[in-house]
Design a protein around this ligand. Structure first.
Ligand SMILES: NC(=O)c1ccc[n+]([C@@H]2O[C@H](COP(=O)([O-])OP(=O)(O)OC[C@H]3O[C@@H](n4cnc5c(N)ncnc54)[C@H](O)[C@@H]3O)[C@@H](O)[C@H]2O)c1
Length: 357
């Protein structure tokens, strides 16, 4: 398949009504700007943006219609969907941190499983919707820690509340799709997308790798690394979001063919150790030191890899940014930010470069 998802997405999303859950989060703030750049009509549904978050810094409310609500509030979800009449839904809202989910499993299952049930219930009577993308994670695979790259049909299995709540969500989605979204001649496409760790500028959550390194740079302190030898599939946030948008477009155009599960991650060059990412960032900040930090109580696998050949073969999507380039962009973002440039300008410049505009 010819690899022109960038062009096709730019054309397709102009004027489309897209509902994004989780727009106040890290990926959400980037997606709000990508959809704004494309000329889509977007509404977001999420909890209030956190203090110091990217969404707050870019004044996200100017770019996306902002509905503040909890996934547990079914009435507000239904009202939002009824008023907006979305054609496409991208469901990203989640309690998405491995350690926090371990500490509060009730919230993990309430948000990731029951919150998603509430969204599907609210969408059941929606006649405008044609394509739904459910954002899952690469952590749903039964990871043996053997360096294997997992494929969509591989066995699922988690050992913590984050991955298990996402697995439960995936099984629930399968049920809803078969029972309510394909019945009575209705063919609304639903895809589950398993993406890997994203890298980009502007993240404020210090338990994630990039913000923890950059805050150490800003404070002149050594970086504490929990698991320097762990490998992860790192990808640019723009490649991941472009993957979600591509899957949603294919599902919109042919729901029966493209519904199902999709891995969206980097090519082999993106599967790197935590230490490699740190060393690469260190080349831009002389004197940056590392030390081994305390590990979380929750077990984290030494390796994790995603096989993206299904997406490469069947979609027009492919990862654009090599891992080195993504890290350069993260460093550039940080330096521009430190120099006082407005985060929205930095994001929109990187988005325009990505889409070739
Ligand atoms: N960041 C990554 O590297 C990564 C990797 C793989 C998958 N994911 C998945 O991508 C999605 C977005 O991740 P992120 O990094 O932007 O997360 P984030 O924590 O930065 O943002 C989460 C978003 O969900 C919203 N949310 C949380 N609980 C909610 C509730 N009860 N009701 C309504 N909204 C609620 C928050 O308000 C926020 O907008 C998540 O589903 C996550 O599991 C993220």
């Amino acid at each position: 398949m010819k690899k022109n998802a960038l062009f096709h997405n730019l054309k397709f999303y102009k004027g489309k009504r897209v509902l994004v859950t989780g727009h106040t989060g890290f990926k959400g703030a980037w997606l709000a700007q990508v959809l704004y750049y494309m000329g889509a009509k977007a509404t977001g549904y999420a909890l209030e943006a956190e203090k110091g978050s990217l969404y707050e810094k870019i004044d996200g409310d100017d770019l996306i219609h902002n509905v503040i609500g909890d996934l547990s509030d079914r009435q507000l979800l239904e009202k939002t969907i009824k008023n907006f009449q979305p054609e496409i839904v991208i469901h990203m809202a989640a309690f998405g941190f491995v350690k926090e989910c371990f500490d509060d499993p009730v919230r993990a299952y309430r948000t990731n499983l029951m919150g998603s049930v509430n969204l599907m219930e609210a969408l059941r009577d929606c006649t405008s919707v044609k394509s739904i993308v459910i954002v899952s994670t690469d952590k749903v695979y039964d990871n043996k820690g053997d360096g294997m790259l997992y494929r969509e049909q591989d066995v699922l299995g988690g050992t913590d509340a984050y991955s298990c709540s996402k697995i439960c969500m995936e099984y629930m989605i399968k049920d809803y799709r078969q029972s309510y979204f394909q019945a009575n001649d209705r063919a609304i496409g639903i895809a589950v997308v398993r993406a890997s760790n994203v890298l980009a500028g502007g993240d404020h959550v210090k338990t994630r790798l990039i913000p923890s390194i950059l805050s150490s740079v800003a404070e002149g302190k050594p970086v504490e690394l929990r698991n320097p030898s762990q490998t992860r599939p790192w990808q640019s946030v723009l490649d991941a979001l472009n993957g979600y948008l591509s899957v949603a477009r294919f599902v919109y155009e042919n729901p029966n063919k493209y519904s199902g599960e999709w891995n969206i991650g980097p090519t082999h060059d993106g599967v790197r150790t935590v230490l490699w990412v740190c060393e690469k960032i260190r080349t831009s900040f002389q004197g940056l030191a590392f030390r081994e930090g305390e590990r979380f109580k929750v077990a984290e696998s030494e390796t994790l890899g995603l096989d993206i050949s299904k997406a490469l073969e069947e979609l027009d999507w492919e990862p654009i940014l090599a891992c080195e380039k993504v890290i350069d962009q993260v460093v550039e973002f940080f330096k521009c930010q430190e120099a006082g440039e407005w985060e929205r300008e930095i994001c929109l410049r990187q988005i325009a470069e990505f889409y070739g505009g």
